[in-house]
Ligand binder design. Sequence first.
Ligand SMILES: Cc1ncc(COP(=O)(O)O)c(C=O)c1O
Length: 375
Amino acid sequence: MEGEDTVPTTTDATAFRISRTSTPLSPAEREKRMTAPGFGRVLTEHMVSGRWAKGQGWHDLRLSPYGPLEMDPATAALHYGQIVFEGLKAHRLHDGSVGVFRPHAHARRFQRSARRLVMPEMDTGMFVRSLEELVRADRAWVPDQTGHSLYLRPVLYAEEAVLALRPAYEYRFLLMAFVTEGFFNDDLNPVTVWVSTRFARAARGGTGDVKIPGNYAGAFAAQVEAAEHGCHQVVWLDSIERRWVEEMGGMNLFFVHGRGAGTRLTTPPLTGTLLPGVTRDALLTLLPEHGLPVEEVPLAIDDWQELCASGEITEVFACGTAAGVTPVGTVRSAETRWDVADGNAGPVTRRVAELLAAVRHGSLPERHGWMHRVT
Ligand SMILES: Cc1ncc(COP(=O)(O)O)c(C=O)c1O
C-alpha cells in the first residue's frame, strides 16, 4: 500500500544549481567535530538557499558551501517575525544507506506554517529535493553511532527590505544541517517537568499549531522559570481554563494507562493550540499496529496527578524529532509535586523508544512510506 507520505508531489521545473565546497574538511577533522556534537552546534559544510518574489515565484535555488549571509538591516523578518521553520532528521540506516524520516509530512507542515503567516508555500517536491541535495552533499556527516543523526533545519523568512507593516513581497529559503546526539540522552533518563501557570504558550486562533520562532521565543521565560525550579522542560496548559494539558516545549505528550494486557495510551487532541508533531502522528499509527491502542483524549492537570496517585497512569513520555522518546519522571508546579509511578522509565516507554528507533533506522519494516532513502 502506498502511504500518505509517498503521495507523488508536483515536480518543480526550477533549476537547482550545485556548487560544492572547494576546501572540504579532512575526514580526521570531520570525525573530531562529530564526536560529542551536542545539539545545534556542529553544522555541516553545505547549505541550500532559494528565493521567492511576488510576480516571479521561486527562483535561484542552489546548494552552496555553508557560510554567513549578508542582510539588510531593514529585512522585514527581523522586525515583524515573518519566519517559519521545520526540524527533521536523516538517519544512517541499518544497511549503511541514508534515509530521511517523513520529509513529506514535514513539507506539509512547513506549508501550513507559511500559509498561517501569509508567506509563499514551497512545493513538496522542491522541499524534498532540497533535503536530498543537502544530504547527498554532506552524506559523510550522517553519523553511524546509534542515537546520533543529522538534523535538517529548513527556514523561510521575509527578506524584503521594507518596514511597511504588511506581508512581504520577497522571501528567502535556507536549509542547513547539523550533527546531533539528541536533546537529552539515549539512556531514557527521566526528566522533571514544570507546569507553567504564569505563562501561556498559545491562544485559540493564534499560532500554537504552526512552527514559527515566536512560539519558542515566547516560551523561553517559562523555560528559565522551569530551570530555576530544577526542571528540564515546561508542560503547557491551555490558556483559557489553565487546566488542560497541551504539550511540552518541543515535544508532544503520551500517557500510559494500566499495565500488562490492558495497557492503553492517550495523548491530548489537536485543539489548534499545540503543534501537530510528526512523531506524535507516527506513534498514533505505529503503536496500535504493535498491540498498544492509543486515543486522543484531553487530560486535566489535576487528573494527571490523581491518576498517578491511584496507579491508573503508570508511565508518561514525551516525543519529538529532536528528543526522540523522553520519559517524564516527576511533575512540579508552584503548588505541588508528584512522581509518575516510581519516577523511572517504564516498560512501555522503553518499547515505544525501541520501536521508533527501529523505524527511523530502517530495521523495522513499515508500510507507510515514511523512510525516504537518499541515493
Ligand atoms: C512545540 C513542539 N511540540 C511538539 C514537537 C514535536 O514535533 P515533531 O514530532 O514533528 O518533531 C515539536 C518539535 O518540532 C515542538 O517544537
